[in-house]
Design a binder for this molecule. Structure first.
Ligand code: PLP
Length: 438
């Protein structure tokens, strides 16, 4: 009997024993193509020698030094390299151990920023209904996924949620994509006015929505309008690129494609590529400066922030991504989208195939014309996940209710080192899984 506490207590899991490029091999020798990078984590696959060597070298040199006493070379170098590539204005990096921690740090930094400025009433967070920002309480309260929030709602900070930018279901007949984006973005202004601008601290969004929706990109102009509204009301824009950042969508940061820069940016997953647990919060010099010239102390912290081994692994990852690997994402993504479109574009139960780069989503529907989803009781996404796993493909099917519509979707987020043949492998295994599940 296992003493490990699994997420699904009734499930039994194979023991993952070895990583080999894009594959995970279990103890019985079965090989699985990692078509979702875990959950958009393993961007370099599972056996990158540059990253594993960087880890070994750092462990031998220095395994840990507390940030209350020291900074370390890998943390300094990693911060420099991140800032060299980050959207304009971002200037400081705070390293944590994952995505939820990055979000918690972002929320606290936003609050402290306004306290330092004397704008003490600013504490309200606005986010979007179609979002996931992590499982710690602040991050969970920020996310809009009802099913995840529900049991813990008495423990949560007060956040409000506006509509997601979800063109497939939200755009009205006859409305252009641009006009749709402006209309939806303007909900932010309405909500700010309802809450009172003097009370609002931040708007939080994933540039390309991941786990709750299956790679939903914004329409052109949406984030520019969001940025304008935030600036107009002096509200911080926090972008959560925990899943869609680090080259996943074809540019190192997803928001680069929307022509905007946030005040605070959260990254994780691809930052350590699964070799080490690491996340980061980046902020502007304006925010950092308010604390530096104010109290001089960010009132936050965890034991493992800036962990040198995690930073060394991440530095090796980032050098590879910026040294050419991330450039492969866009062309591979175009091929993956074309292959998905060829295989499922006319499928009776595929409503939408979308995404950017190697971050693709397939939305499953009972009826394409009316976009009617499958009955949630059927648990289609679970059946797809199981059938794909049996076929030797790890993908990330999810289901849930967004704006009253319950849907099933599949997230595909393979490693950036995949090749054309493996695109074919992913699509044919997905096909097998859909045939078995439907
Ligand atoms: N934000 C987004 C967009 C995510 O997708 C996730 C995890 O899936 C998180 C935050 C939380 O990250 P972690 O699971 O590393 O705490």
């Amino acid at each position: 009997m296992s003493h490990v506490f699994p997420r699904h207590t009734k499930a039994t899991y194979p023991i993952a024993e070895k990583g080999d490029g894009c594959y995970i091999i279990d103890r019985d020798g079965k090989k699985y193509f990692d078509g979702s990078g875990g959950a958009a984590v393993s961007c370099l696959g599972h056996s990158d020698p540059d990253v594993t060597n960087a880890i070994k070298t750092q462990v031998d040199r220095l395994a840990f030094a507390h940030t209350g006493f020291f900074s370390t070379e890998p943390a300094e170098e990693l911060a420099d390299l991140l800032i060299a590539h980050a959207p304009g204005g971002l200037d400081r990096v705070y390293f944590v151990s994952g995505g939820s921690e990055a979000m918690e740090a972002a929320l606290k930094l936003a609050r402290q920023y306004f306290l330092e400025k004397g704008e003490t009433s600013r504490h309200r967070v606005i986010a979007r209904r179609q979002s996931y920002h992590g499982n710690t309480l602040g991050a969970l309260a920020t996310g809009g996924n009802q099913w995840r929030r529900e049991p813990f709602s008495p423990l949560m900070i007060d956040t409000t949620h506006i509509s997601p930018c979800y063109e497939y279901r939200g755009r009205l007949e006859g409305e252009t994509a641009f006009d749709y984006g402006q209309r939806i973005a303007n909900e932010l202004e309405t909500e700010i006015q309802r809450l009172g601008p003097e009370n609002v601290m931040a708007f939080v969004a994933e540039p390309v929505v991941g786990a709750t929706a299956g790679a939903v990109p914004p329409v052109d102009g949406y984030f520019k309008r969001i940025r304008e509204i935030c600036d107009q009301y002096g509200i911080l824009l926090i972008l959560d690129e925990v899943m869609c950042g680090m080259g996943r969508t074809g540019t190192l940061f997803a928001c680069d494609q929307d022509g905007i820069a946030p005040d605070i940016l959260c990254i994780a997953k691809g930052l350590g590529a699964g070799y080490q647990p690491i996340g980061a919060m980046l902020c502007t010099s304006q925010i950092y400066g308010a604390i530096e010239s104010g109290s001089g102390f960010f009132q936050h912290g965890h034991t493992y922030i800036g962990h040198p081994v995690a930073c060394a692994a991440s530095l090796a990852v980032l050098k590879k991504l910026t040294g050419g690997v991330a450039d492969q994402v866009e062309p591979l993504g175009v091929k993956l989208q074309a292959a998905l479109q060829d295989a499922f574009g006319q499928h009776a139960h595929v409503g939408d195939i979308r995404g950017r780069g190697l971050f693709r989503g397939i939305e499953l529907v009972e009826d394409r014309g009316s976009k009617t989803p499958f009955d949630p009781k059927r648990g289609l996404h679970k059946a797809v996940k199981k059938a794909a796993f049996e076929a030797g493909l790890i993908c990330y099917p999810m289901g849930g209710t967004i704006d009253g519509v319950t849907g099933d979707h599949i997230l595909v987020a393979p490693p950036f080192i995949m090749n054309d043949t493996q695109i074919g492998e992913v699509v044919s295994k997905l096909d097998q899984a859909l045939t078995a599940a439907l």
